[in-house]
Design a protein around this ligand. Structure first.
Ligand code: TMP
Ligand code: ASP
Length: 236
């Protein structure tokens, strides 16, 4: 497959067109941002880790019946994915209070929920990705009712599979963000990435943070945390 011109550059990835109209190539960068791009930095080796980790987890999810955009890992940082148009919703699933949830409701981090929660943000950098309920998403025609139902049930399935999977390597899946896309025939599939950039991951015994909060909150040893997750997941 031939990598053609760049179509899009996001904060952590670039997307390229290919000679196959149904396939894109994504390339993961070491660039890191937080707080809607106000904080900028580099996490050395992050692109390679996020690429390999996302691909591994997407393959686990496919086996469990969750359709994903993953096609083939091309190199350390590059992956062939199915061409989709991204549904402009960030879908956040939480198992334990942290981050904006803890802030918004004035509660401590670390409260374990009886049931996972789902929330949506409108994927719109100019507006700072505002929180949005499903009626607002419908009103703005960001997705249909059926798509929203599919997205919610897929998000809960992803949570059930990944929570168990991470626990097996001594990690609590606190919360995470997913993005979904529509293929050419309109099927909704899981897209984007699943990595320490987009998940909160805490050590099961010590609650040590093994994710991008180390960068967001200047906790130090950012690279070490990404490498530790990789080591536990892939044995290296
Ligand atoms: P939050 O607590 O800041 O709302 O974040 C919830 C989860 O979503 C957390 O695992 C980090 C992830 N996330 C992203 O992947 N991208 C974002 O832009 C934000 C704000 C959060
Ligand atoms: N990546 C997002 C940004 O730069 C936010 C985050 O992950 O905290 O805005």
């Amino acid at each position: 497959m031939k990598k053609l011109e760049q179509m899009y550059e996001g904060k952590a990835k670039k997307v390229f067109r290919t000679d196959d109209p149904e396939r894109f190539i994504v390339e993961y960068k070491d660039d890191a941002t937080a707080f809607n791009g106000q904080k900028k930095g580099t996490i050395l080796g992050k692109g390679a880790i996020n690429n390999r980790m996302t691909n591994m987890l997407m393959q686990v999810l496919e086996k469990q019946g969750v359709p994903t955009h993953f096609v083939e890992e091309l190199s350390e940082r590059e992956t062939v994915v199915k061409k989709v148009t991204i549904v402009p919703l960030e879908v956040i699933v939480r198992n334990i209070s942290a981050g904006s949830f803890a802030q918004r409701y004035g509660v401590e981090e670390g409260i374990v929920f009886d049931e996972p929660t789902i929330e949506f943000s409108y994927k719109n950098d100019d507006l700072g990705d505002p929180l949005m309920n499903q009626y607002h998403a419908l009103a703005l025609k960001l997705a249909t009712k059926e798509e929203i139902d599919t997205i919610k049930s897929m998000a809960l399935k992803v949570n059930a599979v990944l929570k168990e999977f991470f626990l097996g390597v001594g990690i609590k899946l606190v919360d995470f963000k997913l993005e979904f896309g529509r293929t050419t025939d309109g099927t909704v599939i899981l897209a984007d990435e699943i990595s320490p950039d987009t998940c909160r991951l805490w050590d099961k015994e010590t609650n040590e943070k093994l994710d991008k909060d180390r960068f967001r909150r200047d906790l130090g040893n950012v690279e070490g945390a990404y490498q530790e997750v990789m080591r536990r997941l892939m044995g290296e």
